[in-house]
Design a protein around this ligand. Sequence first.
Ligand code: FES
Length: 511
Amino acid sequence: MNTEQGLLGSYWIETAPGGEPAPPPSGDLTVEVAVIGGGVAGLSTAWELARRGHEVAVLEADRIAAGVTGHTTAKLTALHTLIYDHLRRTRGREGARLYADSQSAAIRRAAEIAADLGIECEWEEAAACTYAEGAGNVAQLRAEAEAAREAGLSAEFVTGTDLPFPVAGGVRVTGQAQFHPVKYLRALAGELRRRGGTVHEGTRVTGLTEAEPCVLRTDVGVVVRAREVVVATHYPVFDRALLFTRLSPRRELVVAGTLDTDRAPRDMYITPEQNTRSVRSAPYTDDERLLLVTGEHFTPGAPGTAGVEERFARLAAWAGSRFPGLTLTHRWATQDNDSTDSVPLVGPLHPGSHHTYVATGFGGWGLSGGIMAGELISDLVEGREPEWAGLYDPRRLRSVVREGVSFLKHQAHVAKHFVGDRLPPVTAPGPEALAPGDGAVLRVGGHQCAVHRDDRGRLHAVSARCTHLGCLVAFNHAEQAWECPCHGSRFALDGRILQGPAVRPLEKREV
Ligand code: FES
C-alpha cells in the first residue's frame, strides 16, 4: 500500500501473491544450467530448457516476477512504438523483418504455453496501436505503418480508435495480446518444478567464475556449479563485455484505476508524445475494468528525480482528464534498460564466452522480448542458431557504430557522474536541514553519506557510493529509495538492494 497516497502498489503482484518463498539451496549445488533472475526472460529460458530435457535451477535474488516483470503494463505485442521505420534505416529491411518475425513468434509461443498448460492468466487478444494527437506526427506514423507492414505485420494507418478522445492518426496491428504476467510466470515456475527444475528465491548471485563448469557464488553462502549460465537480471550483474556502455536505465511511472466496462478501451495504446503515454485495460470486476496508464519516464537518480511526485501527479491528471469517471486505485513504477541501437542484447555474454549468456536491453518491451530470449538462448545452449540470432547478438558492433550519437550521449551522462560525483559539493548543508521523509547526500566525517530523516525525526545513513562502480546515489522522495544515475541500481533506505546491477548493499554509516 502506498500510504501517502492511499493507493495500492503493483496490481499484478497484489493479485498474485506468491505464498511461502521457495528457499535457497540447502547446500552447494551442481546443475546443467543455472539461470540468474526469475523474471520473464529467466523463467521463459528455464522452462524452455526444462521442457527440452535439461536440468535447470533458477536463482532469484527476491521473489519470482517481483522485479520489472511484476511492474510492467503486460502488453504482448510486436509493435514497439516506432521501431520498424528506425530498424529499416539502421538494420535494413531484413533486420526489420527478423525483428517482427521473432517478436510475433514470441507472442504465439506465449499463447501456446498458456493454452497447453491451462494457465489462467487473463489472456485477451487485442490490437496494438501507436497513436499521435498532433497532426505534425502523422507523417512519422504513416512511415511506421508502411515499415511495419513491409516487415510482415498486419499494420495499417488508422484515424479512428476506441480511445475516448480524438487522435490525428495511428498505426494499428491486430492479433496481439495482453495478460496477467505474474499469474503466467508463477504457473510457469510450477511447471518448471514439475519437470524437475528448481527455483530458489532470496538467493542473490554475487560472483561468477567462467570455467568448466562455471562457478556462481551467492549471498546465502552456497556455491552453484553449472555447465551453462544465463544472466537474465534485466541489467546484467556480470558484464564482461562492458554492456553497461550500451545500456541506459529508464524509470517509468504507472497509475491504474477503475472504469465502467463500457468506457474502457479494449485495444492497447502508446504515444511517444508528452513523454510517453501507454494505455491498456484489464479485467477487474463484473462491470468494471482496470485502466493502466504508463508514462513520464526519467533516468533514475538523475537531476529531476526529486520531481517524481510531480510526475505521478501529471500522469494521474492526464489519465483523469482523458478517461472521465476513472477512480485511481493503484500506482507503481517500473524500470527497464534501453540499448543504444534500440534492439535487445540477447546471446553470448561476451566475445569469448562459450557457456555464458545474457538477455537485456528490452527497452520497455520485455514481455515479448523476454519470451523471445527464452527460445533464442535455449537454441544457443543446444548449439542451434535461429535466423534472428545475429540481430540480437550482444557482440554486434556495426549498429553500435551507427548509433554513435546515442552511445556517446549515454557515455557523457555516465562520465559526468563518474567525474562530478568525486568532486566536493559546492555547498554542504548539514542533516539538520532535512525534513521528515526527506533524504540527501551529505558529507559526514569526510564521507559522502546518503542521509534520510524518518517520520519520527530520526536520522539514518548509508554510504552514498553505489556498490556497482562508485557513482553517487540520489534520493527519490516519492518512492523513498536511493537511486544511482549511472546504471540504475536502486537501494532501500537501509541500503538493501532493490534493483541491480549492484550486488552488494550500501554500507551503514553513523551520523
Ligand atoms: Fe553502476 Fe551505480 S549502477 S555505478
